[in-house]
Each structure stands twice: as structure tokens, then as C-alpha cells.
Design a protein. Structure first.
Length: 190
């Protein structure tokens, strides 16, 4: 008799019930672990930890966390920085025109009515219009209520806001590109 096989006819009903309860608890545990995952960006200016809003934007969080696990963001730059507005990254080409999602192409917005651009440190998807999310993201440097319902908010800076503020104050050219590269050396899920 194998306890690992619930289909074995020799399992007593009680053992079968215990097996299914155990499997459900394992599934719940893994679900909770995923929802608690954060991402750390190790940048050339210091580390930034991002809390992800799994309950509000699960598809977007899954995309961001999985791209991070795959090393997608490692070695990329913050290609667009606008003082007193936001810092933008996540494009492996560094041009602001590249990037893809784990879903193959672009994916739909996850606009949640409880989430608003109320201050600095909001993590959201950069897009080229509705339902055009890929890999690019931005972090706000101040309240930006005019972005409400236009970009998927999927997290916030939980540690390293001073690093984000330093990012927002680097010298840029007329196209908002940093004069010196600010890199994400490594992104990791924690």
C-alpha cells in the first residue's frame, strides 16, 4: 500500500481524506507564499525592494515575478527618468520600445478601484494605451492622480525609497534619457 497514491483501492477512507486535506493545505501554502513574494532591484545606485499587490493584480504580479526569476531585468537600464514624476525601466533594448510579457505578447490591464497614484513609490506598468502591458514598469516620484485608471498599479516601494529619489534626480538629456546609465544589475524574487 502506497500513501502517495490516492487512487490505490487499499487506502482506507480516512487515509484518503487525510491525503486530500494535506494536498489542499500544500496548495494553500504555496499560494500564500507566492502572494507574499517581493522583488528586489539591485541597481547601480542601491537596492530597492518592491512589495507586489498579488490580490489586486495577480496576472501582472505573476508576469513581473516570473520575468525577474528568468533574469529578464538583469543588466537593463532605467531608460526614462522624469524629475518629480517617475523612473521607468524594464525594456531589455533600452529604447523604451521593447519588451514582452510571459504571456507571449501584450496583456490586459488590471485596474483596481482601490488603487490610486496617491504618492511617491507606486509601482505600475508602463504602456502604450489600454491593454498593452509587457515588461516595462515605472515607479512614481510624487502623486500622479491623472494616471489613475490608465496604468495597472501592481505594487509599491517597501524599502529603498531614497534610492528611487536619487534615481529621479540623475542628469538626463532632452529625451529624458539618463546621461549616464543607471542599471538594474540584478533583480531577484524574495
Amino acid at each position: 500500500m502506497s500513501l502517495l497514491s490516492p487512487t490505490t483501492t487499499t487506502l482506507s477512507p480516512n487515509l484518503l481524506l487525510l491525503y486530500h486535506i494535506f494536498q489542499a493545505r500544500i496548495k494553500d501554502y504555496h499560494s500564500q507564499q507566492t502572494e507574499m513574494e517581493s522583488v528586489v532591484l539591485e541597481t547601480s545606485l542601491g537596492d530597492v525592494q518592491l512589495e507586489l499587490y498579488w490580490n489586486h493584480a495577480p496576472k501582472t504580479c505573476k508576469n513581473f515575478a516570473e520575468l525577474t526569476r528568468r533574469g529578464y531585468y538583469n543588466g537593463t537600464i532605467f531608460h526614462r527618468i522624469i524629475s518629480d514624476f517617475m523612473v521607468q525601466g524594464g525594456d531589455p533594448t533600452g529604447t523604451g520600445r521593447g519588451g514582452t510579457s510571459i504571456y507571449g505578447q501584450k496583456f490586459e490591464d488590471e485596474i483596481h478601484p482601490e488603487l490610486r497614484f496617491t504618492g511617491a513609490g507606486i509601482l505600475a506598468m508602463a504602456n502604450a494605451g489600454p491593454n498593452t502591458n509587457g515588461s516595462q514598469f515605472f515607479i512614481t516620484l510624487r502623486p500622479t492622480p491623472y494616471l489613475d485608471k490608465k496604468h495597472t498599479i501592481f505594487g509599491r516601494v517597501s524599502s529603498g525609497m531614497r534610492v528611487v529619489q536619487r534615481l529621479g534626480s540623475v542628469a538626463v538629456d532632452p529625451q529624458d534619457r539618463p546621461r549616464e546609465d543607471v542599471k538594474i544589475h540584478k533583480a531577484r524574487v524574495v
